[in-house]
Design a protein around this ligand. Structure first.
Ligand code: FAD
Length: 445
């Protein structure tokens, strides 16, 4: 950590995309504390023997005009636009993404079941239930066949929670809803439209997705970005944080650390805050980084694997999207594991390698150069029936004390990299307006 500051107008906790963007838009008067040895958060990458791995697939999609300008200015020609190549691997065949609009190629009995129940679907009748579950959403929009063969098993594996135990609060932007004609056309191989929010994405030519947070950090005053500097305590009444044993005062605090961790940092949280924090639920992601000596037979960027017999629910090939992520002729893969339990790497590989070979992500087992086992502790916020109330209680308590939890895990939401950056920009604008100094204060500060 560089020399500890005495105090700041704004203290930012966490140097992921949200914290870095907030610093950029605050311009002056901020100090940023990051627990890790370098900024980037979940958007950091690791490099080993010429292979570059992100923390599973991190593909950049930009919708916001300001963010397009900012990212374009930071990375310019370093970014390559890539047309998505993703699909589903199920029943021994590859089909196009999304499953619900591309049944063609699956065994005829599966296609028939999916189509028949799609055409006959009705909104599930749940007398007395106030909250619409994600399972209700699936059955209402897709029917039982698509639910059984893809939507339920895939999502249960991704979220680590059955869709009946989640609400549909997160999914409208992310789950494509094809029309009746698109489903029918997709069942006979005549669906020509690509669907979803990520049909095209951007990715750095070299260096992995970490080029994005790194370029943001390069534009900031280095002496105000403190790495290896975990915030240990937040004194919400005294408006100060403890870092490395020293207290640092602030006027407002932007926290991008996971909401449950922020609650744990409070010195004496009131009971409703403790209770709300206990209601928050999330899942981790366990995954493997896999380096291969040869390119895979298939050229997909990633595939979804819904069937329970396989040990992974998603497999991606970084180097198929960006050759710069692997040495010439080699490949860099990520494999997201269905089991959250810790297992020995050789055991995990014993299960995963057959799937990689079978699905065309790997030519043969001998191609394996090395693999590492990784975990993201806070990966997905779970949208269960307590979600909205608990989040509201916590956010309004923090706002009352000039603390602004933001970013994917501060907002406690399902957001993209762009969302995290937009939140950083918006909170900076809010603070500059809300905590504007009077001319007298400015001259004495
Ligand atoms: C598996 C997975 C795949 C994803 N894929 C995509 C994708 O393809 N495209 C996309 O756009 N988005 C994707 N995302 C989302 C994207 O990664 C996030 O939205 C974004 O990186 C979040 O940035 P953030 O700054 O909000 O949080 P973070 O990146 O979590 O940053 C928070 C920072 O706080 C630091 N910190 C924690 N505790 C402390 C402490 N006590 N003191 C100081 N610092 C602390 C952490 O070290 C971290 O650097 C994915 C996310 C996951 C989990």
């Amino acid at each position: 950590m560089s020399q500890t500051p005495q105090g700041a107008d704004w203290v930012i906790v966490g140097g992921g995309l949200c914290g870095l963007t907030a610093a950029r838009y605050l311009r002056h008067g901020w100090q940023l504390f990051e627990a890790g040895s370098r900024p980037g958060g979940v958007a950091r990458s690791v490099a080993r023997q010429g292979h570059i791995f992100d923390q599973t697939g991190h593909w950049l999609h930009l919708r916001d005009r300001g963010m397009k300008r900012l990212v374009g200015g930071l990375l310019g020609d370093e970014l390559v636009a890539v047309g998505r190549r993703s699909g589903i691997y199920s029943h021994g065949v590859h089909t196009r993404y999304p499953f619900q609009a591309n049944l063609y190629g699956l065994p005829p009995a599966v296609v028939f079941e999916c189509l028949q129940t799609f055409l006959d679907r009705k909104p599930p009748h749940r007398p007395g239930r106030r909250v619409r579950t994600f399972e209700d959403f699936i059955l209402e929009h897709f029917g039982e066949g698509i639910a059984r063969h893809f939507m339920i098993p895939y999502n249960a594996r991704l979220w680590g929670v059955h869709p009946r135990d989640m609400t549909d609060a997160w999914c409208r932007r992310f789950v494509p809803l094809p029309s009746r004609d698109e489903v029918l056309a997709g069942a006979v191989g005549a669906n020509l439209t690509e669907m979803g929010y990520n049909v095209r994405f951007l990715y750095p030519r070299q260096g992995g997705i970490e080029r994005l947070p790194a370029s943001l950090a390069e534009g900031l005053a280095g002496d105000r970005v403190h790495c290896n500097a975990p915030v240990e305590r937040v004194d919400h009444l005294g408006h100060r944080v403890r870092v490395g044993g020293e207290w640092i005062g602030y006027r407002a605090l932007v926290s991008t650390v996971p909401l449950p961790e922020l609650c744990k940092m409070l010195a004496a949280p009131p009971k409703p805050v403790v209770r709300a924090a206990e209601r928050l639920r999330w899942t981790s992601v366990r995954y493997l980084n896999v380096a291969l000596s040869h390119r895979p037979p298939k050229d997909f960027h990633w595939i979804y694997v819904p069937q329970a017999k396989y040990p992974a629910y998603r497999v991606g090939v970084f180097s198929n999207a960006s050759p710069g992520n692997a040495p010439a002729r080699g490949a860099s893969l990520y494999v997201e594991l269905a089991s959250r339990a810790h297992k020995r790497l050789d055991r995990q590989l014993g299960q995963v390698v057959p799937l990689l070979v079978e699905s065309g992500a790997m030519r043969r087992p001998d191609d394996l150069k090395f693999a590492t086992s990784e975990c993201i502790d806070y990966a997905y916020v779970v949208f269960d029936r307590h979600y909205h109330r608990a989040r509201r209680t916590l956010h309004s308590f923090f706002a009352d004390h000039d603390i602004y939890p933001r970013g994917r895990y501060g907002s406690w939401d399902y957001g993209s990299m762009e969302d995290a950056m937009c939140e950083g920009r918006e909170v900076a604008k809010l603070l500059r307006k809300r905590y504007k100094r009077t001319p007298d204060e400015s001259s004495t500060s």
